[in-house]
Ligand binder design. Sequence first.
Ligand code: RUQ
Ligand code: CUA
Length: 678
Amino acid sequence: MTEDSDTDQDTVPDPEEVVQRHERQLDAALAEVQEPTPSTDESLDLELPGLELHRRDFVKAGAATGAMAGLAGCSGGLLDSGGSDSGSNGGGTGANTDYHVPPGEKDTYYGFWSGGHSGEVRVVGVPSMREIRRIPVFQKEGGVGYGHDEKTKQVLEEGGDIGSVAGYEWGDSHHPVLSETDGDYDGRWLFINDKGSGRVARIDLKYFETDAITDVPNMQACHGMAVQSPDTEYVYGIGEFRVPIPNDGTDYDDPDDYWSVFAALDPETMTVEWQVRVDGNLDNADTGKDGEWAFATGYNKEHAVDAEGMTHDDRDFMKAFNIPAIEAAVEAGNYEEVNGVPVVDGRQDSQLNQGDDPVVKYVPTPKSPHGCDVEPQGRYVTASGKLSPTVTIVDIDELADASDPAEAIVGQPKVGLGPLHTTFDGRGNAYTTLFIDSQVAKWDIEAAVDAEKGSTDPISGKIDVHYNPGHLQAVESETTDPAGDWLISLNKLSKDRFISTGPIHPDNDQLIDISEDASSSATGGMELVADHPVHPEPHDCVVAHRDKINPNNVWDRADYEGEKPFVTQDASGVERTGDQSVEVQMSSSRSQFGLQEFTVQEGDEVSLTVTNIEDVRDIIHGLAIPQYGINLAIAPQDTRQVTFEASEPGVYWVYCTFFCSALHLEMRSRMIVEPSDS
Ligand code: RUQ
Ligand code: CUA
């Protein structure tokens, strides 16, 4: 709340008057907006039946967003387009308090948030929105020792560095997707992309730990992510940036010949099974519910290398990947093997696209569509307009039969400015984020199919969000049977919503109650209930009922039997295995390591194995030898290993990093590195 706040609870101003004042301020702000030069205007027009939108509108709308945002700080709930019956809920103080999870009680849902360029995944309880854990994926992390022990180091290393000059040290995770069985989340895995490279990672939900990363060849940025419904037959990594193949500096300046590929990985082995090369690039993706189709939006059908060129034409495409046809092409050897991967040619003029059963169908959409979302019944796939104020609805069965894919476009509601992503409540409603309008629009899917293209009639309500939403996600939206009670709007800017922490502001994730449909209200029943600041930069989330996620509370030794020992207190000891190598094995438990001290020789390669012999949940031990860069986290019944060279003689205190007991500070061991000449 800014200082000149007029939303003091005791002196609620006359809403009419405030709205009028804002409109005057908004007009003043818009009066200063520069018109773009007319020469570029024409090519950027969108020609859609029933609607026209010019670049100028976006400039205006952008200014409006800024102006509105600036004003919102002193208006509180008044910009909330009637968010709640109580009149003012802008501060997240609406009538709905069901989101409050009292101390000692648990959330209904597990939310998995991507962490953007923090390269992690976050586990958030819904509806409390409490951040419960962070799972590092693409970068080392000290808190849970990720990338510090041999096993997780190997995960990061095997993640490779195709095309990396420096070796990847971070990632940019955007789209978390849960594995499915029978069209429902099965709690087995979570997959996540790295837009910072062509990597795809898998998190094992038995332990909430990243257990595999694959660096996908022929891809520089993996943006979209999807699993094939209904049974996770494939994990798809969707290539955004177009690059020359081979990317070795020869032939670098023929962008028409740059590559963008759609990659299918086996979820068990995480190996790339095949790729499809397409025209234009790819963006976001989703799949049909019957295992036959995958879809990806894309922009830059122009094959340009600058923004002006990428947004030149009025049309782009959503690509529909015909999975059985692609598999048949691979089976028949109709592919080129490139960097060890079968690549099927899915470009428009490919031989494989000429017959009755093309591998890729190109569905024309207004330019630069962004979000790609299949509704729960699996009947329609939507492409959210981004640069068009519409969402394009494609009938999947009709698409399968149509010789002209454009015929399968069965609806195109006009939802508002800057539609980015769409999610579903399972009651026939869709919700689309409007980046430029800073709103979420709720609309009726069947009504949109029945209505004229460009109609606003299917819109059942809009709610203001703060500000500039990217993704949104309704709980269980990707399943065939969403629960439909909560929606999260992941807003890129928080501006004035929180106390300032300097020039880098958090994003703002807002929780919206969508359990009621209320056609009489301006929001269609949506009610904003809470704001949550988040560290940069979650893009997306996926939310599953807690009954579907069942992690272990302690390790099951059988899961690493044969790979690593289980070291008991009695088995703790030091064994010389060569002139310059020793193995140190020890247990850990409250409040001691299995060895009070151990001695190695200068220059030894030390293999250290530590087991946490506790079988009580929540008792974790750490083992740190900071001077040697060692930092292990060992959960109950787990064993972790690390190897290092004892290069400098001296006494080094080995200490426990997790506050495990009253004698935690005393939980130490003494490592003595004897000089080699003694
Ligand atoms: S994208 S904000 Cu990386 Cu999911 Cu649309
Ligand atoms: Cu073990 Cu602290």
